[in-house]
Every structure is written in C-alpha cells, then in structure tokens.
Design a protein around this ligand. Structure first.
Ligand code: GLY
Length: 557
C-alpha cells in the first residue's frame, strides 16, 4: 500500500513538473506521417509517451490499413523511467474457442489453399482494442477519448492514400474484391483509387468512437460486437460472443540479454522475437565481428540466424499453453554449444539440423513505431493484422478489417505464409495465441538508449539483429533503419539478400562456403527507430527509406 502510494506520488510529481516545466521533448518514428503527427499532437496536449503510443496505434489502424488495425493485435514494449518498469503488453490475437487442429485441412488431411489467409475463418480474436484501453488506463495521463481523437478525425475526414497503399491494394485485390463490404471501402466504385485520393472510413470512425466512449465494452460487447460475430459467422467463421468476452491482454516480463555490455530488452512469447534475437546475439558474442572480413562476418551472422530460427521452430509457442525452455535458450553456455557447431569455412545445411524443404515466404506486412522522451520513458510497438489488408474481410457495419493471424499457427505439414515451419509447440488450440516474430526492442549501452522494430513477417527478427549489431558499432538510427539486409530462417535453407546487400565478391565467398543464396524479389522491412543519448541530452529518430513513414523530434517548447 505504502509502495503504491509512493509510486503514485512520484508519478504525480513527474506529471506536475512535466506539465509545468516548460519543455518536454519526444522522438517518434512511425510508418505513416499522420500517425507520427498524432503522437506529437497528444504530447502537445499534455500526454505522456504512453498516451502518444495509444494515439499512434489508433492512427495507424486508420491510415495504414495494410499493416495493422482494430481487427488485429500486437506487442507494446514499455519502459517507465520513474520506477524503472519494463513490461510487455501482449495484445496478440487468440484462436477462437471453436478452433481446432484440422480447421484448415480437407478430408484427406491436406491444407486447403489460402483458407488460413483469406476470409473470416482466418481471423483470430482481436487484441488491439483491449490493449489500447489497457495502455491508456494503466499508463496514460489523458483519457482514452482524447488519445483516440486524431484517429477518429482521420477516419471521418479521410486521408490521402499513398503509393504503398496502392501497391499492396493491387497485391491483395483479388481477395478484397471477394467481399463487397471490403471493396466498398478500399476501392473507388470498384476501381483502384488514384494516388493521393481521399479515403474516408465512416464506419471505422464510429467504431473508434464507441471505443472512446465505452472503453473495452465499446468493441467487445454491444452493437459492434454483435456485428463482428454475426458477419464473421455468416461468412463461415467461428467467432462467438464468448470469444470476445474472454479476450484478455497479458502483461509479461520482457526477455533480456547482454551483448558486449549492451542490454537487450525485447518481446517474450507469445512472440518468438526476443528469444531468437538474444539467442543469435549470444551465439555471435564470442566472435570479433568488427575485425572479421566481410564474407566471414556475413557467414557467421547467417549461421547464428540459422540456429536461432531452428530453435524457434522447435520450441516456441504461446507460453500460457506450453512450457518453453526460456532459460536454456537464453543461456550463454547453450549459445556456446551452438557456436561450437559453426565452422568459419563451411556452412551447416539446415537439413542436418532437421526439417523439410519448404517454399519461399510471400508478401508481408505489419507495422512498427518507436517513441522515447527526454527522460527515457519509451514504447516500442509492433502491430499486425498479418498479411497486407489481413484476411481481406471487413466485418460489415464496423469498418474493422479482420486479421489473418491464424496462419501464424502451424496448421499443416509444411510452411506458413512466411515459409516458417514449426511443430506442436505452435499448434492450434482454442484460446491460444499463435507464435509471432514481432520484435519490439530496447538497446542500452549506458549513454545511449535505442527503441526499434520493424514489420516484415519472419524477417523481422533478422532485421532487428542486423540493427542491433550496427548499434553495437556506435552507428546512428539513420544507419540501422537503412542497412542493406540479408536473412536466413533455417528453412528454407536459403540465404536471402536484398538487391546490392552483398557484393559480388561476398556472394562468391558465401557460395564457396556452402550457402545457397537468393536475391529477394523486393526490398523488405520498414524499420522505425528512436534514440536518447544521455551524454549529449539529444533525441534522434529515423524512419526506413524503404517506407513512407516520418521520424520527428518535438514536443512542448
Ligand atoms: N503476423 C506476423 C507475425 O506476427 O510474426
């Protein structure tokens, strides 16, 4: 009681001083300029970074419907400076209670093509609305209705659609056009909208308003809930009101590690992100990467990725349902064992670790934003509806585009939409969360505190790994987010690289060591990063040049 009183008092003093001291600065980077603006607007209204995180999340749900939304979920990694609290809000979607192992298989036990990706059956129970309510009520200063205001305005008044939206609309057009209520929102009279035409989402504005007025009940009960359940069921889905009633976010202790004196704090299961990231860094920690030649450096990083993603496939799933050997996977001794199987002159084919040959991952989305204030309070949030435009299914009358995260479970023999494999640890069970790769992360080396993450499906973890290694070299957020990328996820046994990420000599050297290499069909990721340097008292932020986001430093002058 005394402790609670003390914390409340300190928080009050911080609030009081923060709102009267005159200056309060934040760095924000998100995948859409309007979402970044929404965060800044809320800071200027007296909100803290957690209110800003609510505003940015909700704004992204409106202006980046390709990546996240009220019909999806995500992870918010928080740090509150006053009591040094690090916590992860796990707002990942859950399998409906009527879900079962064979729900995406035909009578012969074969996967029905695209059933776990397109349409109402692919949708799991959303977590984003519950997470925003929780984040606002427990950590924010402003009422939820205030933090949701920019998003409601964007939905009501509309926003200009950019080239990324149009590209992804084309990618998912066939699915979206199957559902008239979806097509009505995202197309213009059935045609592709012109670049920079205005997209208004009146039903979504109404749903956000309900959330603003009634909190959790505005989404999971009443009129909106009825529409969600009824239209999902009419379209072959299996949601019930009981699923919506039962949905709860979970606050989890983030996973932590240490790499050459850098503290890593990242997402715990139900995301695999933090464990795979730290395991790979542990494997690499005994090499002098900085002084290795470029081929050896990339070879070793690839071999670390291979082994860490292999453990993802074997051991990781929802820790509320399965036992995960977290301690072992994060132990330096375990990493040393894995390291001893790495030869510097030769790759170890993934088939010798175990597994089948698998298809390549296809298109991907999701979103990320990073916020840090000038005292170190911070949020790294990665949010998703899985594939671009999720399942393509909008629950009629709600404007809510539903996710297709059921595909992140292992539902059949073979790979999911990202080419990822797994086993029983990530099998479908009613009420279980499907394993994610989302990797919202903090890095701290003493003076510098970094907040980062990215969308990109299975490649998320390898992107954050490369960024963490770049942070370790002393480089800036601008450098981490724009690094050329390469990736290995154990299966398929391919070292994939972005165009120009590897020189001809590096490619030849890696092939000579036994790597199968393949150029990615497109540049991937949309990393958003922010940093506080305590020595120079400076904030900085950067938004991936591959995307259309905005990074700013601003606040109350
Ligand atoms: N839906 C992508 C992920 O959670 O990893």
């Amino acid at each position: 009681m005394l402790k609670k009183y003390a914390v409340t008092l300190i928080l009050f003093i911080t609030f009081w001083s923060g709102s009267h001291a005159g200056t309060f600065k934040v760095a924000i980077a998100s995948a859409h300029p309007l979402a970044t603006d929404a965060g800044l607007e809320i800071i200027r209204k007296g909100g803290n970074v957690f209110d800003a995180a609510v505003a940015v999340s909700a704004a992204l749900a409106v202006v980046e419907p390709t990546g996240s939304g009220l019909g999806g979920g995500g992870y918010w990694l928080l740090h509150r400076e006053i009591d040094a609290l690090d916590t992860l809000i796990d707002g990942r979607e859950k399998a409906p209670l009527a879900a079962h192992k064979a729900m995406f298989l035909d009578k012969k036990g074969n996967a029905v093509p695209n059933l776990s990706l397109d349409g109402a059956l692919a949708a799991a129970i959303p977590g984003l609305p519950a997470a925003l309510v929780h984040l606002s009520e427990k950590y924010g200063r402003l009422p939820l209705s205030e933090s949701l205001r920019p998003a409601i305005r964007y939905a009501q008044n509309g926003f200009a659609v950019g080239n990324k939206y149009l590209k992804l609309l084309k990618f998912r057009a066939e699915v979206l056009k199957k559902y008239p209520q979806t097509a009505k929102i995202f197309f213009t009279d059935g045609e592709f909208p012109k670049a920079y035409s205005i997209l208004r989402q009146a039903d979504l504005a109404n749903t956000l308003n309900r959330l603003a007025i009634a909190g959790r009940a505005g989404f999971y009960n009443g009129d909106i809930a009825d529409k969600l359940v009824n239209t999902v069921r009419k379209a072959g889905g299996i949601w019930t009101q009981e699923d919506l009633d039962n949905y709860q976010i979970v606050e989890r202790k983030p996973v932590t590690g240490d790499y050459h004196g850098i503290k890593i704090t990242s997402a715990a299961p139900s995301s695999s992100g933090g464990i795979v990231l730290i395991e790979a860094l542990n494997i690499l920690s005994d090499y002098d990467l900085q002084h290795a030649d470029a081929i050896t450096q990339k070879h070793l990083i690839t071999e670390a990725m291979r082994r860490a993603y292999h453990d993802r496939a074997l051991y990781l799933g929802d820790s509320d349902f399965i036992d995960i050997p977290v301690k072992r996977l994060l132990s330096k001794d375990y990493a040393a064992g894995l390291r001893s199987s790495i030869r510097s002159d030769k790759t170890l084919p993934s088939a010798l670790l175990s597994g089948d040959d698998l298809p390549q991952p296809e298109g991907t989305h999701t979103t990320h934003f990073s916020i840090i204030d000038d005292t170190g309070n911070r949020v790294a949030a990665t949010l998703s509806i899985n594939f671009p435009f999720g399942s393509g299914f909008v629950a009629e009358g709600t404007g809510v585009l539903l996710n297709d995260e059921m595909d992140d479970f292992v539902s059949h023999k073979g790979a999911n939409g990202y080419g990822l494999v797994g086993g029983t640890a990530n099998a479908i069970v009613p009420g279980k969360r499907m394993l994610s790769s989302m990797t919202p992360t903090f890095l701290e080396d003493g003076p510098r505190i970094a907040v980062l993450g990215t969308p990109g499906g299975s490649r998320i973890i390898s992107m954050v790994l490369l960024a963490a290694l770049d942070f370790a070299q002393g480089n800036t957020p601008e450098s981490w987010v724009n690094l050329p990328r390469f990736h290995h996820q154990f299966m398929p046994d391919v070292l994939e690289y972005e165009q120009n990420a590897l020189t001809d000599a590096e490619l030849a050297g890696l092939v000579a060591r036994g790597h199968q290499t393949q150029e990615a069909r497109y540049r991937y990721g949309d990393m958003q990063a922010a940093m506080l340097d305590k020595t120079t008292h400076t904030l900085s932020a950067a938004s991936d040049r591959r995307g259309e986001g905005r990074a700013v430093v601003g606040g109350l002058e």
